[in-house]
Design a protein around this ligand. Structure first.
Ligand SMILES: CC(C)(COP(=O)(O)OP(=O)(O)OC[C@H]1O[C@@H](n2cnc3c(N)ncnc32)[C@H](O)[C@@H]1OP(=O)(O)O)[C@@H](O)C(=O)NCCC(=O)NCCS
Length: 380
């Protein structure tokens, strides 16, 4: 019998062609379309990057103005969504709330074209704008505070902080928040994006595709890691505790969150950029606790892995949680923030999938017993 290639976790398998994001894992380079992440982080903003991902080019001034305005007009939440956030069980995680609210939102979109290769997600922008409004409002409701209507004059990131805290953010903090969303906006065929593309390939709606992607991102091996990194730093407590903590973690074969990546064999370029934001914020707030601990974790972990001949580097999640902490954001919101940024990439992939669609249908390698006769229940 012909043996077909088998790759657990689909490692190394090329599932489709794409022109949205390029990763050079060996060199630690990342591009959205044809622009490096370093240049985009230095000169662009989240709304412009959404345009780049969805329209395949950088916008002109007029195009960006129009696009930003349309995105901003989608920021306010309608009362039924507010009611839903309010009544969501307190024991549930906000990623579950996000998943549900995306499905719920689909009922409020007029030009929804399901079951067809034509998709309207480039036009609605509801998902992009409203995910951040939902996360901010959830953050307020869980503290018994009221909904803060969005500001139309603020960037996507600054408006999120405004809706969460109820006060206009310091400009540097607003910009760092916006850039963090930009850095999370896209990352090729990762698990959540692949989930979005699989659902899109069935010609389901973009809302269903996004809600599946959110479910995939929730897991601790994917977007959940940023929350776990901060919890780890808090558990360690002081940079002098890092070495003994690491000995114990290795003895228990615990994975160190925020470290390692399927694609990168060098430090994730986004981790380098976010690390700089952490330095900037730590200096601004004169609070170096997270930075000192995480820097030490990186040093000790990398040293141990290099000695073991398995070099592993920090990924995007390693420093992002600490940045959010210094922006006054509770850890429970970190993974939803990842989703708020990544939704732009998911939408771009849904569009790309639909532009040249073939339904995903891989195969499995049979490992069960040989076929045998059915045994009636009284004879088992
Ligand atoms: C990201 C991740 C899921 C990639 O998984 P993967 O490509 O399947 O790689 P593996 O988990 O098989 O790791 C390969 C080897 O490195 C080790 N390794 C990888 N990441 C590690 C980590 N964070 N801590 C300790 N060891 C790690 C594995 O134990 C494995 O060792 P082995 O070959 O002796 O079994 C993995 O590195 C991980 O779990 N990281 C922590 C979670 C995280 O930060 N996720 C966010 C990703 S953006």
């Amino acid at each position: 019998m012909e043996s077909k290639p088998y790759a657990k976790g689909l490692e190394g398998v090329i599932a489709d062609e794409s022109s949205i994001c390029k990763i050079d894992g060996a060199k630690g380079k990342l591009y959205y379309r044809e622009y490096s992440i370093e240049e985009l982080a230095a000169h662009s903003n989240y709304e412009e990057v959404c345009y780049l991902l969805l329209y395949e080019k950088l916008p002109t001034l007029a195009e960006l103005k129009d696009f930003s305005q349309r995105m901003r007009e989608c920021r306010p939440l309608v009362q039924p969504i507010l009611d839903m956030i309010q009544s969501f069980p307190a024991s549930a995680h906000p990623m579950e709330l996000l998943q549900s609210s995306v499905s719920y939102l689909s009922g409020y979109v007029q030009h929804r074209i399901a079951h067809s290769a034509t998709c309207n997600c480039r036009n609605t922008l509801y998902q992009v704008s409203q995910l951040s409004s939902v996360v901010a409002t959830y953050g307020r409701y869980r503290e018994g505070k009221k909904y803060v209507p969005p500001r139309m004059d603020l960037s996507h990131g600054a408006n999120f902080l405004y809706m969460l805290h109820g006060t206009e953010p310091d400009p540097v903090e607003g910009e760092i928040m916006d850039k963090c969303l930009l850095l999370h906006a896209e990352h090729d065929f990762n698990a959540s994006t692949f989930a979005a593309r699989v659902v899109a390939s069935t010609l389901s709606t973009c809302y269903c595709s996004i809600s599946s992607a959110i479910g995939a991102l929730y897991g601790s091996l994917h977007g959940g890691a940023n929350q776990h990194v901060v919890e780890m730093a808090e558990e360690i407590g002081d940079k002098n505790n890092v070495a003994p903590w690491m000995e114990k973690a290795f003895a228990q074969k615990r994975k160190v969150m925020g470290m390692g990546h399927r694609e990168y064999k060098a430090k994730d370029p986004r981790a380098n950029i976010i690390q700089q934001y952490l330095v900037e914020l730590s200096e601004k707030k004169q609070d170096f606790r997270y930075y000192e601990i995480l820097q030490e974790v990186e040093k000790v972990f990398r040293g141990k892995m290099e000695t073991a001949g398995k070099p592993i580097y920090p990924n995007v999640d390693f420093y992002s949680g600490a940045v959010y902490r210094l922006l006054g954001i509770p850890a429970i919101l970190f993974t939803p923030i990842f989703a708020m940024g990544r939704v732009a990439g998911w939408l771009a992939h849904i569009l790309e999938q639909r532009s040249d669609n073939r339904i995903y249908r891989p195969e499995s390698l049979w490992k069960g017993p040989e076929p045998r006769a059915y045994v009636p229940i009284e004879k088992r």
